[in-house]
Write a protein that binds this ligand. Structure first.
Ligand SMILES: NC(=O)c1ccc[n+]([C@@H]2O[C@H](COP(=O)([O-])OP(=O)(O)OC[C@H]3O[C@@H](n4cnc5c(N)ncnc54)[C@H](OP(=O)(O)O)[C@@H]3O)[C@@H](O)[C@H]2O)c1
Length: 461
């Protein structure tokens, strides 16, 4: 049923808050609050972020999170709003008060849809840190058209999943200058720490439920029109072996079934359908030229992601964890076991309590992008010819889940708040196609996430 107009925020009323962090009391949510406080205009006068509120189902837990995030300073005077994803009226009230919701309530498959629906309905923007392809694609299928109509921008995967992959692929592909052409880019993720590398239960639970619902994703894709496929010079990407040793970067590697390659493929499909990218809601001529110029330098490539480790033994242990989740995740009893004993079945990689602050601080990541291609289109078009060029680039940054993810989410939010007219009016999109032509990469570099060219070399057959 059509909602009464007072729920629709953009009918003349200006919202009270620039952004609301929903799920601020969660393990990741409280780190997002800490990052947001740095950019509140109270602390950073040139920031567009003047007012924020925290939302969740328990305001005492929100107050605790705010105190934790502000420490050692006293907590600032920030509104704490009661909002439960099971209570649609509370979500509508929340959306009516803000320009933007940052959703940190996961697993998104269980809790995300009512939030997207409420944002789309009210016309406010929505960003999340989801890494669940089925959720993202289902939201696009169900809400894209209405989001275009109401002017709500819905962008999932604005965390470590999947912005380093999206921007990293673009960064590598832009190093291939005429006449060279890129064919395939493989990303190798390496997590490093002097202590243990541990993830919180929320991320583990999202992964387990992802496996349990893999058929739903395939069903959804079968029911949707086929997306455009980019034209990539040269052959289809090689299948390769299950375990690989990457000599150039000194890592053993195995395929990582993360959301990254799916998200990147969605961006490349949209780019194929819109070679100049997506028009902004109110762009000036200069920005239109800038956007077109940016996309003309991005070349599509086959893309995959692998987990890289120094030891072969580590790769075997990772494969065993994958088998546990892949096999047990398919039955209710198996899922119960996995979720009861996360530490056992992940060999200590996930804990119900999450990592300590020291563990978070000591961790970092390196994501290597090894691009393979040809010195010219003519070479690429010959049959059975192997790539004769390689370009290696790298994205590096701090701990992925609770430092890098909040940094990325906040920078995406600040772009939305300060450059809304250059972004699409509304719709549900992967992050790369929206943020690619913005200054997101420069912003991330200023905040400790770097993009480097490592080598450009000729390959000899
Ligand atoms: N993209 C990335 O790289 C990345 C990085 C980190 C995390 N994540 C994702 O972020 C999600 C959260 O992870 P986490 O470890 O932070 O989980 P968590 O600690 O369990 O936090 C979940 C949050 O959701 C809230 N919540 C649960 N049910 C709710 C409801 N009915 N209404 C309102 N709020 C509700 C919880 O509120 P209470 O405090 O009231 O329980 C809590 O604030 C996961 O899906 C994870 O995969 C992604």
């Amino acid at each position: 049923m059509e909602e009464p107009p007072e729920h629709r925020q953009f009918l003349g009323r200006s919202p009270r808050y620039d952004l609301i962090i929903l799920g601020a009391s969660g393990f990741t949510g409280k780190y997002v609050v800490r990052e947001a406080l740095k950019f509140l205009s109270l602390n950073a006068p040139s920031s567009p972020l003047e007012s924020i509120a925290l939302a969740g189902r328990n305001t005492t837990r929100l107050a605790d999170a705010l105190r934790w995030a502000a420490h050692p300073d006293p907590p600032p005077d920030i509104a704490l709003l009661a909002a439960d994803v099971g209570d649609l009226a509370s979500l509508r009230r929340m959306c009516a008060q803000t320009r933007l919701v940052l959703n940190c309530v996961g697993p998104f498959r269980l809790h995300g849809e009512p939030v997207v629906a409420a944002c789309v309905d009210s016309g406010c923007d929505y960003l999340d840190i989801c890494g669940e392809p089925e959720f993202m694609e289902r939201m696009e299928a169900k809400y894209h058209e209405s989001a275009v109509e109401t002017g709500s921008l819905v962008i999932s995967a604005c965390g470590f999943d999947s912005i380093p992959a999206e921007l990293g692929l673009m960064f590598n592909s832009r190093q291939w200058t005429e006449p060279a052409v890129v064919n395939w880019i493989e990303a190798y993720l390496s997590l490093e720490s002097e202590r243990r590398i541990v993830g919180n239960f929320g991320t583990y639970q999202s992964a387990v439920l992802g496996v349990a619902n893999v058929e739903k994703l395939q069903e959804l894709r079968r029911s949707r029109p086929r997306r455009a496929r980019p034209v990539i010079p040269g052959p289809a990407s090689p299948k390769g072996s299950i375990i690989e040793h990457q000599n150039k970067i000194g890592l053993w590697a195995v395929k990582l079934p993360s959301a990254d390659s799916v998200v990147v493929r969605r961006t490349l499909s949209i780019l194929t359908e819109n070679p100049d990218g997506l028009p902004g809601s109110n762009e000036d001529a200069e920005h239109i030229e800038k956007r077109k110029a940016f996309w003309s330098t991005v070349k599509p490539a086959h893309f995959g992601v692998k987990m890289g480790l120094r030891s072969l033994l580590g790769i075997f242990s990772l494969i065993i964890v994958g088998v546990f989740i892949g096999v047990l995740g398919r039955t209710a009893f198996g899922r119960w076991l996995l979720l009861q004993f996360p530490s056992v079945f992940s060999f200590g990689r996930f804990r119900k309590k999450g990592p300590t602050e020291e563990e978070v601080e000591s961790a970092s990541f390196k994501m290597w992008f090894v691009g393979h291609g040809y010195s010219s289109r003519d070479v690429a078009s010959q049959s059975n010819v192997k790539p004769d060029m390689q370009i290696i680039t790298r994205v590096t940054g701090p701990e992925i889940g609770y430092v890098t993810t909040p940094i990325i989410l906040l920078q995406c939010a600040l772009i939305l708040l300060s450059n809304r007219e250059n972004l699409p009016k509304g719709g549900s999109y992967p992050p790369g196609i929206v943020f690619g032509p913005t200054d997101l990469q420069e912003r991330l570099e200023k905040n400790g996430i770097s993009f480097d060219v490592i080598s450009k070399s000729a390959l000899h057959a």
